[in-house]
Design a protein around this ligand. Structure first.
Ligand code: PAD
Ligand code: ZN
Ligand code: ZN
Length: 375
């Protein structure tokens, strides 16, 4: 029997309060309104940004259904939806691409004005949520809310992907992979033969490494305080890995020495002010490019001596690797299927959705790269 047009009762992981575990609850998911899509989730990754929402450093209204790295199948569509239909395999994207706003029309812009990041309302565009639980409205997160058996997203935040794609393998393209890979290839524009330094070897950092490799970097130096991350980093392309704990002097000095004065490209993929500074400082003056990928709390500020930039370094930042989401995600899935890069190597653990709290413990303890939850 078709569920289209009806409220669906299903399971979702609800975060009722900051710094608490998720509760698996029965929720009601309203049908999609005009220009919206309801998706049956098949798999979703656990990203550090979800954990930032739990600890409060990434503000989002609560109670909420978190999750932004999922893949699923369209269950039904609202009025006026033309780009996807029921049965299509899709990846919901936390940066929409409406195609009509000023940013979407700019050839380089990807921070579409229909995003739910600048002012996180936790609602759909009409100011209402599509989730309820025990009579209470439950907020959306980043416009995706993938920690639910069903979710509703804007049509401009859904990318249709190859019908043959393995959803449990491609879900990191919804965040970690695209963010990291694009940071190297599209934002920094890593050049062949260059030297790169990647601070943080989690799911996003390893994807930066893959991007540096694809762009032809000669040296890719991975930096992490957890040496357990080194083997996988080398598997995906790091040529050397170092831990700041092994040196007396600041890590930027170590990197400058290793690279004969400074690296060509550096990436901060942790989410700390001190490592953002180290990444900037280890860049070669005159032409080094440093890209901030990690996120910090709103209250934290970067304070720097302008001479670092006056001497010719470039400091950039990016969300979703600079990719226009709806255009790029289907292509990245095709490239994965053509074995151009090993997205699946990011996945170290697979757990049933109900074990979501265990998945977050694996992330916090440093034991996992990506845990994928399956529904
Ligand atoms: P992760 O926690 O899996 O990886 C972070 C890595 O950094 C871990 O391996 C840590 O061991 C390592 N680390 C921690 N502290 C230090 C330190 N002081 N020095 C060196 N290494 C350290 O996270 P992730 O890969 O899922 O995400 C990384 C960051 O990127 C995080 O801040 C997240 O919020 C952000 C992010 N940004 C975007 C975007 O669009 N800009 C998208 C997704 C994630
Ligand atoms: Zn993410
Ligand atoms: Zn737009």
């Amino acid at each position: 029997m078709s569920t289209a047009g009806k409220v669906i009762k299903c399971k979702a992981a609800v975060l009722w309060e900051l710094k608490k575990p998720f509760a698996i609850e029965e929720v009601e998911v309203a049908p999609p309104k005009a220009h919206e899509v309801r998706i049956k989730m098949v798999a979703t990754g656990i990203c550090r940004s979800d954990d930032h929402a739990i600890d409060g450093s990434l503000f989002t209204p609560l109670p909420a259904v978190l999750g932004h790295e999922g893949a699923g199948i369209v269950e039904s569509v609202g009025e006026g939806v033309t780009s996807v239909k029921p049965g299509d395999k899709v990846i919901p994207v936390f940066l929409p691409q409406c195609g009509t706003c000023k940013v979407c029309k700019h050839p380089e812009g990807n921070f579409c004005l229909k995003n739910n990041i600048s002012k996180p309302t936790g609602t759909m565009q009409d100011g209402i949520t599509r989730f309820t639980c025990r009579g209470k409205a439950i907020y959306h997160f980043l416009g995706t809310s993938t920690y639910s058996q069903y979710t509703v997203v804007q049509e401009c935040a859904v990318a249709k992907i190859n019908a043959a794609s393995p959803l449990d393998k491609v879900c990191p393209i919804g965040c970690a992979f695209s963010t990291g890979y694009g940071s190297a290839t599209k934002v920094a524009k890593v050049t062949p033969g260059s030297t790169c330094a990647v601070f943080g070897l989690g799911g996003v950092g390893l994807s930066v490494v893959m991007g540096c490799k694809a762009a032809g970097a000669a040296r890719i130096i991975g930096i992490d305080i957890n040496k357990d991350k080194f083997a996988k980093a080398q598997e995906v392309g790091a040529t050397e890995c170092i831990s700041p704990m092994d040196f007396q002097k600041p890590i930027e000095e170590v990197l400058k020495e290793m690279s004969g004065g400074g690296v060509d490209f550096s990436f901060e993929v942790i989410g700390r002010i001190d490592t953002m500074m180290s990444a900037l400082m280890c860049c070669q003056d005159s032409y080094g490019v440093s890209v901030i990928v990690g996120g910090v709390a709103d209250s934290e500020k970067l304070s720097l001596n302008p001479m670092l930039l006056l001497t010719g370094r470039t400091l950039k930042g990016t969300l979703f690797g600079g990719f226009k989401s709806k255009d790029s995600v289907p292509k990245l899935v095709e490239d994965f299927m053509a074995k151009k890069f090993p997205v699946d190597l990011l996945i170290t653990h697979v757990l049933p959705f109900e074990k979501i709290n265990e998945g977050f413990e694996l992330l916090r303890s440093g034991k996992s790269i990506r845990t994928v939850l399956t529904f």
